[in-house]
Structure formats: structure tokens, C-alpha cells
Design a protein around this ligand. Sequence first.
Ligand code: ZN
Length: 347
Amino acid sequence: MMRAYFSDDQLRHHGKTFIVAGEKKPIPEVPERAEILGRALSRLGLDIHRPSDAGMAPIKAIHDDHYLDFLQTIYQEWQAEGGSELVIPNIHPFNRKGPYPRHHVAKAGFHLGDTSCPVSETTWQSAYASAQTAISAARHVRDGGAQSAYALCRPPGHHASSNIAGGFCYLNNSAIAAQELRAKHDRVAILDIDLHHGNGTQHIFYDRADVMTLSIHADPMDFYPFFWGHAHECGELAGLGFNHNQPLPLGSGDDVFLDALDRALAKVDDFGADAVVIALGLDASRDDPFGGLAVSPDGFARIGEKIGTLSCPTVLVQEGGYVSETLAENLYQFLSGFDAATKTTTI
Ligand SMILES: [Zn+2]
């Protein structure tokens, strides 16, 4: 039976509100998500393990020192300067090529890419625990010889780049897991099936030939993160296509998504991946409050089944997927499909 990882510390962060089209709205990335997803794991009879503490080294392999210091200290600095309850940016640099900022407001604008990732007193603790969950799952596969493992990561990670938080994400759990796998496996692919383009992950590995990044998502011309995720973004290494985006029209359902998945899995195969990380967002669901795509619970079972036919070790890292009637069901269906396919493949 596949192992799952999760730590209660991941529940401590709660960002409360963000700005959507100029209006303050509740942040849908709530701690309750983890409890709902946990129900799917119990229904499947999966053992949930607390991650061990692998320290900062695996996180530093992906994120800049300035950024990690910022996440750990900005709340106290902000409070000392009389700032609000949550650290939220109000100015952003045109680019990040100038000197590193000194002022707390400037630092917030430098490192927080949008208003959806406020930093509270407990944000670092949760983001760190979420990263440790991904690291433990990756090491269970890498060193423990397991064929697969599931990391119930929350906060999610795929919008975070090496030095910028965004889209509810602070530390890029999928990227950290992939880099862990690289210590043993020469070629690692990260396949992102979240509703939103995995812009942070793409950015982190854009000039790398040893980690292929692939993302299937709602067309960024109409949807967050807007500025990245187009089909022409193929990676920095000219002509080799180590980054592969498949933007889908809004409202696309199971068949369109599964066709895109077939194309992505063929790319993973051509690349010759020795290990795979699935950035497992469930917000492409037809019931998700974001409403961008329309995958059914049965669609998630078929997606899981196709991914389960990969013959290499696979780490499943939870990304998005918000509270709806079918959130737990979608994870249950995905993991059931995945499990059934891996059993058939192993036999
Ligand atoms: Zn998402």
C-alpha cells in the first residue's frame, strides 16, 4: 500500500483574504482542505506518516537565501514597523535586477508576486512543514525503494519560483521533491495537472536539461497566472523542448484533458524520465470554485490510471483543489485509478 505524508504544522497558516478584481475576498486555500483530502486517504486505507525533518538543505537547493530569510523574518519586521496583521505587498519592482531592498514594504513587493500570499506569524512554519512532507515522500521513493508515495502538501507550491511567492504558494514542494530525486535519478520529469499553469516550477527549471517540466492548464490568456503557460514557452535550451505547456480552452472536460495527458505522457517517455513528480492539483474539477475546467470524478480516475502506467518511480505532490462537494471524491478517484494501474503494471 502506498504511503502518504502529512504534518499537523501544515494547518497553522491561514492567509484569510486576497484581492480579486479589486475586491477583498476570502482565500480559498484554507486549512480545511487538508482535512477533506485526508478523508480520501482514510477511505483508501492509506497509512499517513508524519514527515521527518530533513532541515534546510533540500529547500536551499531550490530557493534563494534572501527569500528564505524574508519568509522567516518579515512578519516580525513588519510588526515592529507598525504594519498590518498580515504582510501584503503594495508595490512591485519592474524587474529584480537592482540592489536587494532594505525597507520592509519593498521586500514584500520584491518577494510576494501578488496579494494571494500574505505572510502571517505561522506562514513559515506551515510552508516549511509542507516542504518536509514533499521531501519525506521523495526520499521514501528514492531511498526506500517504494514505487510511489503521496505528499499531502498544503500550502501548495507550484506558483512559487526560487525567490517569489504567488498564488497561495511559498515553497515549491514539487520542485524540491524533483531535486531530491535527482540525487539518484538522472532524468526527472514534473508533470503538473493543476488547473493553473505551474509558473514557479517552469521558471525554476527553465534552463535545465535534467528536469523536464510539463503543465496542462486553463489557457493563461483567460486565467491566472496570465503571463506564463503559453505553448511557445519551450525552455531556455533552444529547440530541445524541456518545458512543455498545454493550455486548454476554458470549460474543457474529460476528453480534452485526457488527450492532453496522452501527449504529455508521450513527452515524458521520449525524454526517458527515470522518475516523475506529479504536481497533483484537483482544481480542474467541474465542481471547483475556480470553475476553469470541467473534469469529472470519473475523469480523475482515468487521469490517475494513465499516470499509473508510467513504469518509473512516481511522487505525487498535492497542489491546488479547493473546497467543493467532490474534493475528497476527486482525490479518492485519482488515487484509486493510479493504484489499480500500478498494480496491473507491476504484475
Ligand atoms: Zn490551481
